[in-house]
Design a protein around this ligand. Sequence first.
Ligand SMILES: Cc1cc2nc3c(=O)[nH]c(=O)nc-3n(C[C@H](O)[C@H](O)[C@H](O)COP(=O)(O)OP(=O)(O)OC[C@H]3O[C@@H](n4cnc5c(N)ncnc54)[C@H](O)[C@@H]3O)c2cc1C
Length: 405
Amino acid sequence: MHRSRASQYDALVLGGGVVGLALAGALAQGGLKVGVVDKELIEAGWSEDSRDLRVSAITRASQRLFARLGAWEAMAALRLSPYQRMRVWDAAGGGEIGFSAAEIGEPDLGHIVENRVLRLGLYQACQRLGVDWLSPAAAERLERGGELARLSLDDGRVLKARLVVGADGARSWLREAAGIDHRESDYGHHGLVATIRTEHAHEHTAWQRFQSDGVLAFLPLSDPNLCSIVWSVPPERAAELKTLDSDGFNKELGHAFEHRLGRVELTGPRASFPLTMRHAARYIAERVALAGDAAHTIHPLAGQGVNLGLMDAASLAEVVLKAHAMGRDIGLETSLRPYERWRRGENTAMLAAMDGFKALFGSSLFPLQLARNIGLSLFDKAAPLKALAIKRAMGLTGDLPELAR
Ligand SMILES: Cc1cc2nc3c(=O)[nH]c(=O)nc-3n(C[C@H](O)[C@H](O)[C@H](O)COP(=O)(O)OP(=O)(O)OC[C@H]3O[C@@H](n4cnc5c(N)ncnc54)[C@H](O)[C@@H]3O)c2cc1C
């Protein structure tokens, strides 16, 4: 994306993460003049040798959005890994469930993609679509009142736009600046991430084991013997796991994973993050909208965080472009309200589902253990119900924005 001297935009997107870039691309593709502000420079170079610890399971709906923006091909050319199967089981009993793409006549269930591959593919698409890149700069002040919002940056520039979108992550500056409240609660877990070499090939399967104190996921990468793990455990346990030497860690991990892929071995650093549920009270205000982690953060156990954010981006673009086509001011709350109604409902349902799921699997009470074991095994045999659940998780059904259909 080129740096620009322009200072007036239809829409300014604060935050050039995956959600912000997807939104900027979609709005520019629809003919709007768009600028992206990020406090950091994007890492535009590519090196085969290093791997991003932050990976996401990308649903079909998100893949379609990337394809519509012309970003998917670039991502595929860099590095991604399709997975055809999923195995989920419970540590406390025999409950186990398997999903496969073949059951619903699809080539795969989704793709595991590193965060920097997602960003790089989207960044290149945004460049082609004429989005302005206004970084590195952080926002300092937001003023509203007239037909344009004014956003002052810490490098002295003042930008004007009809609409400013906060895609600036979980600790959103814009959410605060616009006076939008949010509720927040600790999931009581830290997510530990690392890249792991496995003795046996991962068979393009995503593996997930529920245990009383957390969830362990092995996500298959492009090398058949490499997986990215997301291990959510109580904070003390995460701290302990991070300070163990490699051998000690490998032993604990192998044991927690029941050695399903044989011996396991750390290939690099470990990182961990506190996992917090956050939900903004409103997604819109005068000349402001929120999307992605700025609007909601969720437990990674269902691998939905970035996908929900991407559906926010596609829905917001659809609502804004419709209002623009009708000659309406895209920054008015009346123009933005359909977006808030649409996405707040969908995201509330997903946040609530995660709470229920976590409570059920976090329990060591015998009746609940029994219920979840019987539940998983019964569900595994109920073919139509299962097919429906797979399609829903892949983003093949539901109230999808046009760009993701
Ligand atoms: C351990 C872990 C595992 C996860 N696993 C998955 C998974 O498997 N699947 C999944 O879908 N999701 C997963 N997620 C969630 C996922 O990573 C996030 O939901 C997603 O990256 C959010 O994207 P975003 O663009 O909204 O925000 P971010 O990626 O946080 O981007 C925000 C951007 O805004 C910029 N910014 C911030 N403040 C300012 C400011 N004041 N001024 C200018 N710029 C600013 C930042 O530099 C950054 O570039 C996981 C998260 C964690 C912690």
